[in-house]
Each structure stands twice: as C-alpha cells, then as structure tokens.
Write a protein that binds this ligand. Sequence first.
Ligand SMILES: Cc1cc2nc3c(=O)[nH]c(=O)nc-3n(C[C@H](O)[C@H](O)[C@H](O)COP(=O)(O)OP(=O)(O)OC[C@H]3O[C@@H](n4cnc5c(N)ncnc54)[C@H](O)[C@@H]3O)c2cc1C
Length: 395
Amino acid sequence: MEVVVIGGGISGMASAYYLSERDGVEVTLCEQGENIGSGSTPRAVGGMRSLYSTPVHVEMSLASLEVWNGFEEEFGIEIDYKNNGYLFGVRSRTQYETLRGDIAMQNQLGAVTEFITPEEGTEHVPELKTENYMAMGWDPAASMADPHACLQAFSQLARENGVQILTDHQVTDVRQDGAGRARGVEINGGEREIDADYVVNAAGPWGHRVSAMVDVEVPITPKKRMTAIMNPEKEVPDDAPLFIDLGTGAYFRPWDMDRILAGGHFEDDDPTVDPDNPQSFQDTVDLEWADMAMEALMSSSDYFGLDTEIVRAWSGVYAITPSNHPIIEESVPGFVNNVGHSGRAFMHSPASGELVAEIAVDGEASLVDTTALRTDDGRDTRRQLPIPYTKDTYD
Ligand SMILES: Cc1cc2nc3c(=O)[nH]c(=O)nc-3n(C[C@H](O)[C@H](O)[C@H](O)COP(=O)(O)OP(=O)(O)OC[C@H]3O[C@@H](n4cnc5c(N)ncnc54)[C@H](O)[C@@H]3O)c2cc1C
C-alpha cells in the first residue's frame, strides 16, 4: 500500500510514523514549506491533559499520554517531557458544576483527575490568588513537552521506518479515479505527480483547502492564537503544572531559565484568519494582547506584576470546527482527513496518527470510538458542544 500524507506538522508526522509501522505500507509525506513544522506545531506550548468535557477527547488523551509518558525511554529521543500535571482554576458556579460533572466522567474512563479546593491548588502553584477561585481541576497525569522536539522525534522515527519526507512539495490537487477514489496527488501545480492508494490530509489550518480538492468542504475556521515567554516577578517552580484560569482564559507553564510561557485568547472578537497571511504566524504579538494577557495573569497569581517582562512572543493558528472536535475519517474512498484539532493536535497526535493507520490499513478505527470525529459528507452536524469553561476552547 502506498500512502501520501499531506502536511509536515505533528498530525502528519505522527500519521506517517504509525502508517509506516504497518507491514507493507510505503509512506511519502509532502510539506509545502521549506522545512517540516512550517505551521502551528513548533508554536504550541506543549501541554497534554485529560481534563475534557467529552469522552472522545478524554479517550484520545489517555491513549496519547500513554505514548508520551514512555516516549523518551522507548525511543531514546529527548522531548523535554515533564510530568508536571495540569491545573484548571474555576471562577464561576457554571464552571464549578460543569467541571465537577466532567471529572466524574473522566474518572469513569480511567483518568486520575480530581476536583480540589483552591488551597489544595497552592500545593502545585504556590502563589495562586486563591480568593479569586471557587475550585480547581487537577490532573496529576498530565504533562508537557517541547512540541518542536516531538515533531523532530516523530520525523526521525518515520525516516528510520523508510518514510520519504519531501519539503517544498505543495499538494495542489488530489487525483481521483472515475469512481471518485483518491489515487494520488499533484505537486506544485503539476510539477510532479505521486500515485497513492491512500491520501491523508493533515494540513492543519489549511485542511479545508486540501479537503476541497476532493470536493469535501470541511468546516475549519483558522483562528490566530498568541503566546509569550515572560520573566515573572517571582520564580515559578520548575515542577509547577500548566495552569489555566478558566475565568479569563489565561494560562502559564514553567519554561527554561526561570521563565514562563503564557498565553490565552482574551478578545470577544475572534476573526477568521488566512493561514497564508504573514500576520497569522508572527514572531511578535500586538501590545493590546500583551496588555490583556498581563492583566489576566496578574489576577491569577502573585507571579505577575507591573515589572513582569515579555522576553519573546509569537502567534500560530488553531484549526477550529463548529463542534470543537477534530475530523478523523475516510471522507471519500482513499482520502482520510486528520484535521480540525483546534488547540489539541499536539497532545492528541499519537492517537490521531494511530487512528489514521487503523482507518487506512485495517479499514476501520478501533483505538477509540470515532463516532464523534466523523462528519456527514463534510458537514459538521455533530452536536454543537457547549464550550463550558471559557470563551476559548478548553473543552
Ligand atoms: C499559541 C499556541 C499554543 C498551543 N498550545 C497547544 C498545547 O499546549 N497543546 C496542544 O496539543 N496544542 C496546542 N496548540 C495547537 C497546536 O499547535 C496545533 O493543534 C497543532 O500544531 C496542529 O498540528 P497539525 O500538524 O495538525 O498542523 P500544523 O502544525 O499547522 O501543520 C500543517 C502543515 O501542513 C502544511 N500544508 C498545508 N497545506 C499543504 C499543502 N497543500 N501541501 C503540503 N503541505 C501543506 C503546512 O505548511 C504545515 O506545515 C497551540 C497552538 C498555538 C498557536
């Protein structure tokens, strides 16, 4: 079986790797950029957690965490993996009730998440402003790693399995036979063609454009998200978890050299962006965002104040679907979508990659129940999930 994977981000690389683990599967990965990681992957903050509001997300997290947990030992490649946990700060009664119910659901599925008091939260993040929170969600099994290192690791493993990784290869069309089955791709407007039995779309925020090549209009809206490395006023412990304030949407995690990585989305206005616009992937962020981020962070804990410095900042793009769930399915014969992961493709990539391999090679997914990851001919008729925690998608 020959498979072409479109996209050299973490979703494509993990798909290529898991496909190449199967006997008799030859994989070619096409990346339009000069290098792999030309999209959002190296711009992610690297958090992984099981605190989610729907079973499928929890199951994808549990399956993925199992891989991330043993990654360095199993493959002998460093990914800066830290099992620091995840802490959610709850500010409203609605969030309180929702999160409490969600944690019960997560526990039933095998996650070790807990509902704790703000005071208990200070055992993990000592300088929290406890008076601003009603409760906390604690995920001790959650972790963080360096997304760029993880992408390089999957690419090394894929290459070792014989995957051909072609950069400067933009897929400009997907070829279909008379019956509509995907049969290969056209590169750079016809410069080259590559035959395939399966084509995998892992083009992240460009995913809807690639899917349109087989006339499947997947509902992906690209949204810009920003993050910054900061020098906090007080040192955040190296073993602190990734903390998300569900009330404001602000988050932070320890970074290297006593710095932290912080972000969040604060404006009600959330325009759809063009991923090809240089403004989408920037190495600076706007002052208004920095101002709102700082204000939100200052109300979370005593690590932040007027002397907090922004050292470096950047933006990337989330690929959001109406139901906030990714699309992982064989959308037309021979064409598998692995797109629409919003802010989760990094953490869920081991599961999504394995699901792609199952769909293409076994003919059906079995790692998790993918009912909630499938569309109705490209239309996202899945239940419009409430975004229970914040205006951003921490569901
Ligand atoms: C600030 C920020 C923080 C984040 N934090 C986290 C986090 O803590 N945890 C987490 O799990 N996720 C996080 N994310 C989200 C995460 O970065 C994305 O979900 C993930 O990187 C998407 O990976 P991907 O491989 O699907 O897409 P991308 O990494 O965007 O890769 C898609 C690739 O496809 C290529 N491509 C597109 N079209 C074509 C074509 N026609 N032909 C060939 N190649 C093509 C692109 O050039 C690109 O390299 C964060 C994102 C941002 C912006």
